[in-house]
Write a protein that binds this ligand. Structure first.
Ligand code: HPA
Length: 237
């Protein structure tokens, strides 16, 4: 048992999918896993292990924001031996060409995270996706007939920033979307020498103010989930 995950060592697979929403973890396990077993209910942050096409895989909810996400990622890697982590999440479009329901692959993540700035003593680290996972995701997307847009993302600490125009700075630098976890995931993966990738479905747009409902968010993200599963099982760990 680690501090925040109530599972014995060995209960979690080396390949882990990471939705922010624990109900999305349940949805993925029930829809896609064979022999899904619930291994964690601590704080309602559901985690399951099963198999997908015969390969052992886990899915763990992480909550919202980098501090919460980083706790689960740290424990998955260091207590349970996770080696390949794929975030499956949502994001908001910062650019007109990025539409609601597009699937985005985060090549790198800029951030306003205080937690990460503190780690680097005021210097800047460039959190970057694992190339092998990214390359396989692009190939798997083509095989599934999905359009995957690869680009840079902005990971923010603040969903409701008091400065409602600040995101435009990031948009000017070509950043496609805003979300709240990827920079912490890629930084932890670099620190501990494991593979990480983030796939994100666009749930809303800061440009057009179009949105998806929370029900749609839970149920209609299946293309991204299938892409994440295919990518996870194809890449060696
Ligand atoms: N901001 C931050 N995170 C998000 C958003 C957003 O607009 N949409 C989905 N995740």
């Amino acid at each position: 048992m680690s501090t925040h995950i109530g599972a014995p060592k060995g209960a979690i697979a080396p390949r882990v999918l990471l939705p922010g929403d624990p109900l999305r973890a349940k949805f993925i396990a029930e829809k896609y896993f064979d022999n899904a077993k619930l291994y964690n209910e601590v704080r309602g942050m559901l985690g399951y292990t099963g198999t997908y096409k015969g390969v052992e895989i886990s899915v763990q909810g992480t909550g919202m924001g980098m501090p919460s996400h980083a706790i689960y990622v740290h424990e998955l890697i260091n207590f349970y031996g996770a080696r390949s982590l794929i975030r499956v999440g949502s994001c908001g479009s910062l650019r007109a060409e990025v539409k609601v329901r597009d699937i985005i692959m985060a090549l790198s993540a800029s951030t306003d995270s205080a937690m990460l700035a503190e780690s680097f003593k005021g210097m800047n680290f460039a959190p970057t996706a694992n190339w092998t996972l990214a390359d396989e995701a692009m190939r798997s997307a083509k095989a599934l007939g999905l359009t995957l847009k690869a680009g840079t993302v902005f990971s923010t600490d603040s969903f409701y920033n008091a400065n409602t125009e600040l995101w435009k700075i990031w948009a000017q630098y070509g950043i496609l979307v805003v979300e709240m976890e990827v920079a912490a995931l890629y930084t932890a993966a670099a620190r501990f020498g494991v593979k990480a990738l983030a796939l994100l479905t666009v749930s809303d747009s800061l440009v057009t103010h179009e949105e998806t409902s929370s029900e749609e968010r839970e149920k209609t993200f299946t293309d991204m989930m299938e892409l994440a599963l295919e990518t996870a099982i194809k890449v060696e760990i």
